[in-house]
Design a binder for this molecule. Structure first.
Ligand code: 4AD
Ligand code: MG
Length: 431
């Protein structure tokens, strides 16, 4: 008998197959038992008809408890009434391992309870759908950058540098010296770009941010492309093409998951239209002031400001050229103004805020050395980075996409903790 994954059901209609499953729920009458099953690839129904199976199989079907693991044998049928579209007419059941008193019962549970049981909660249909979208975003990321001629260059996790400021560093010991967990792979990606032209990093990054918001994780994953011989305007084009590609691929490959999550596909389709609008920081300040926000030129935007700005547009919007004083040391200074830098944040619609931060990079050795010192960083520690401006420095630009922020937006979830299998939050490192 053929062992299959239920996701392949369309290929096995009316065939007898064997599937390894867990029981998620069940109901039965005297003559028929409906088993809600999952095999990791799909959620589907198994139907056990008393008159068609051995008596002990029907008894077993009525007895099995939630999350027991089973081998089920049966015939695949189309089932237009179910979301998945296929069901299994069960002929035989073999218990692999019993489960008793599974904590996540089909009733409602609070978020803390669910997060404490994240190792089990991942089996439920919503987290499952979100993780499938996450997987698709990662897959599409590799497809996009490989297609565009990028080379993946991995940056280290243990590092001596602090590209995004020293306030939220995770300190650790590296034998007899100090080290940090990486805040960003960018500086290493810049070295990579000088070796391979166009590169991207993808890895975990860490911010000891004391913020307890629905947008902040302590450990999150970032995709950081970096391109040599490229100015910021061209980088913005790559950014919008990349985001539209991610959204389109999720629409194309995760339709069932989006349905499970109740995400409106027509809404998502709007985000595949290019180009995305671009406004300057100065214009953003004007828009906010006209609408009674108490903001002065020079401030960084918080969540209410970002949400309001994004609400003015149907698509994600680039806010360009922020004040130098609120951005990292490595950004390229504006050619005619000394108060702003050449950078952009991409704000997602629907209140999700910044999903990308990026910039053109400073290329002049003396300027950058001065910036390192002004940021209170040790020039010794950055001498390798400064070398990049000594030996064939070129215009280059890059950006970082926060993976979980992007997934939260694409799936329409409320909180970034939903977008990573095991979230690390201000007050959570378990499980
Ligand atoms: O804006 P950020 O800090 O930019 C950088 O780290 C640059 N070095 C990127 C680059 O140019 N290569 O972070 C980039 C993105 C943000 O736009 C946001 O999506 C995400 O990373 N991010 C977070 N996501 C979840 N939790 C946090 N605490 C985050 N901090 C930043
Ligand atoms: Mg940022």
């Amino acid at each position: 008998m053929k062992e299959i994954n239920m996701i392949d059901a369309p290929k096995y209609v009316d065939e007898r197959v064997k599937i390894g499953v867990w029981l998620t729920n069940k109901r039965s009458s005297g003559k028929i038992a409906f088993l809600q099953l999952r095999d990791g690839t799909a959620f589907f129904q198994g139907v056990v008809v008393k008159s068609k199976v051995a008596p002990e199989i029907f008894e077993l079907a009525k007895e099995i408890r939630q999350e027991s693991s089973l081998w089920v044998t049966g015939v695949v049928h189309e089932d237009a009434r179910s979301k998945f579209g296929y069901e299994l007419e069960v002929e035989d059941i073999e218990v692999v391992s019993e489960s008793n008193d599974y904590p996540i019962t089909p009733k409602e549970h609070g978020i803390d309870f669910l997060m404490d049981h994240r190792h089990l909660w991942l089996r439920s249909s919503r987290p499952h759908a979100i993780m499938r979208v996450r997987n698709e975003v990662i897959r599409a990321t590799y497809e996009f950058f490989n297609r565009e001629g990028f080379t993946k260059v991995d940056s280290p996790i243990l590092t001596g540098s602090a590209p995004e400021g020293t306030t939220d560093l995770f300190h650790t010991e590296y034998f007899d010296r100090d080290a940090y967990l990486s805040q960003s792979g960018q500086l290493y990606a810049e070295a990579g770009a000088m070796a391979f032209g166009k590169v991207f990093t993808f890895g975990p990054t860490f911010r000891a941010e004391k913020s307890k918001t629905r947008r902040h994780l302590i450990e999150f994953w970032m995709i950081e492309p970096e391109m040599a011989f490229m100015h910021q305007d061209e980088s913005l084009e790559i950014q919008e093409q990349y985001i539209a590609f991610l959204v389109q691929n999720v629409i194309d490959h995760c339709a069932t998951d989006l349905e499970t999550l109740g995400r409106d596909i027509d809404q998502l389709k709007k985000y595949t239209k290019l180009p995305y609008p671009r406004i300057s920081y100065d214009e953003a300040i004007e828009i906010l002031q006209k609408n009674d926000f108490d903001v002065k030129w020079g401030v960084d935007f918080g969540s209410p400001e970002e949400t309001f700005l994004a609400d003015q547009f149907e698509q994600p919007v680039f806010v360009m050229n922020y004040p130098k004083a609120i951005k990292p040391f490595y950004m390229k200074p504006h050619p005619t103004r000394d108060d702003v830098v050449i950078c952009a944040d991409l704000l997602a619609p629907e209140g999700y805020g910044e999903i990308i931060g990026g910039s053109e990079r400073a290329v002049d050795y003396d300027y950058l050395l001065d910036q390192v010192k002004q940021a209170g960083l040790d020039p010794e520690e950055y001498s390798w980075y400064l070398d990049l401006r000594k030996y064939g420095s070129v215009p280059h630009s890059g950006f970082g996409l926060g993976l979980e922020r992007a997934i939260t937006w694409i799936t329409g979830e409320d909180h970034v903790r939903e977008a990573i299998p095991f979230p690390r939050l201000l007050n959570r490192i378990y499980p």
